[in-house]
Design a protein around this ligand. Structure first.
Ligand SMILES: [Zn+2]
Ligand SMILES: [Zn+2]
Length: 390
């Protein structure tokens, strides 16, 4: 359709003309890193910018002070563009969320043209605390995404990809209570809580051979005793259990728990444990949306990874959104492959020229994908069919 092509040209021009402001906003957020649920500056700068471009702003979404929704247009289809803007302790914006935030804001503003042409609405949703608290999990629970038709975001990376493999996860806190005793004089009077913890690791390592390949179990010991001449009466650890399959994760959690229970029985220590209430879900990539996004990224000259993701990137709370709304969590390359996220090199990349280029290309590709979806109602129908059939 000719209209689609001219709208896409219009979008590219719109992002190019906004570039200077978007880069400034991105760098400003980068210069003022704020931890999860404390992103007051970022949330207000982003919503102010959107408000100046004609969006209606609501703040304090889902009871979260730094979550916001910025809406343009009315009615359906409702397109959610997701902005993350939290930083990491000590490392600042080493995950490049300044780019996620500003590319989504830029995309939302450029895609206004698609709403004007075809109807529907664009909602830029500010989702706090991706790194530590999984803010989107709270927002999913509060039904924020329930009436959205699709959702999308782009994370900076070292590769250009329309899809990701992100695992479901649950955190586990474990404690063993033993009994202290002099380690040389009366060791038989003690119950060794540290041995229970070490045994648990060994049990988990025995289990590891027999779990599904895309699963992960990893942990640390946070308390291992007071002194080498005292039988440790207390030990503690933090563990993360992950899998691609949300259902298999439940099965795996039982198996891991048995590793701790077995260690408790063997040593006589008492086990206490607590599963974190919030669980990250795995990413359900909508392949039709991914295909459109890929085509639009290619039109900007980017070379894309295979559409079927082949390696795990970790976990993200966008997984929880993707389980209830057809979604993509794409990536855009802003650094060479030897740079890894959550490092100071990646933080530098997030405000580099390549970072700025990534921001602009991500915004353009998302906005062009919105044009495709709002412009062809049958595409949206197929996106939903795929979502419900997989
Ligand atoms: Zn991160
Ligand atoms: Zn991140």
């Amino acid at each position: 359709m000719k209209e689609i092509e001219s709208l896409k040209t219009n979008i590219i021009d719109n992002i190019d003309s906004q570039c200077k402001e978007l880069f400034q906003l991105s760098h400003r957020i980068h210069d003022n890193p704020e931890l999860g649920f404390e992103e007051r500056k970022a949330a207000s700068w982003l919503s102010e910018y959107l408000q100046n471009k004609g969006f209606q702003i609501e703040t304090g979404i889902a009871g979260l002070a730094t979550a916001f929704m910025a809406t343009y247009g009315q009615g359906t289809p409702k397109v959610a563009v997701i902005a993350e803007y939290d930083a990491l302790p000590k490392l600042g914006h080493a995950c490049g969320h300044n780019i996620i935030a500003t590319s989504s804001v830029g995309a939302g503003i450029a895609a206004k043209a698609a709403v004007d042409a075809f109807g529907g609405s664009i909602i830029v949703i500010g989702t706090p605390a991706e790194e530590i608290f999984g803010g989107k999990i709270d927002m999913v629970k509060a039904a924020v995404f329930d009436d959205m038709d699709i959702a999308m975001m782009v994370h900076p990376s070292t590769v250009n990809a329309a899809t990701i493999l992100a695992l479901a996860l649950n955190n586990l806190e474990v404690e063993f209570i033993g009994k202290p005793a002099h380690a040389a004089a009366h060791p038989y009077k003690g119950i060794n809580a540290l041995e229970a913890m070490i045994l648990s690791f060994n049990n988990i390592n025995s289990l590891r051979q027999h779990i599904k390949e895309d699963s992960r179990i990893h942990g640390i010991i946070t308390d291992g005793g007071e002194a080498p001449n005292i039988i440790p009466s207390h030990s503690a650890g933090l563990f993360i259990i992950r899998s691609m399959d949300n259902v298999y994760l439940e099965e795996l959690k039982d198996k891991v728990l048995n590793c701790f229970k077995g260690a408790a029985a063997a040593t006589g220590a008492t086990l206490k444990y607590r599963w974190e209430e919030k669980m990250y879900a795995s990413m359900k990539n909508n392949m039709i949306m991914a295909g459109l996004f890929e085509k639009n990224m290619k039109s900007l000259g980017r070379i894309m990874e295979d559409l079927t993701p082949s390696y795990v990137i970790g976990s993200t709370d966008m997984g929880n959104v993707s389980q209830i709304v057809p979604s993509i969590h794409a990536t855009v390359a802003i650094a060479p492959p030897n740079v890894t996220v959550h490092t100071s090199d990646f933080s530098a990349a997030a405000i580099s020229e390549a970072g700025n280029k990534g921001l602009a290309d991500a915004a353009k590709s998302m906005a062009m994908t919105i044009v495709d979806i709002l412009g062809y109602p049958e595409i949206l129908e197929n996106i939903k069919k795929e979502f419900h059939s997989s």
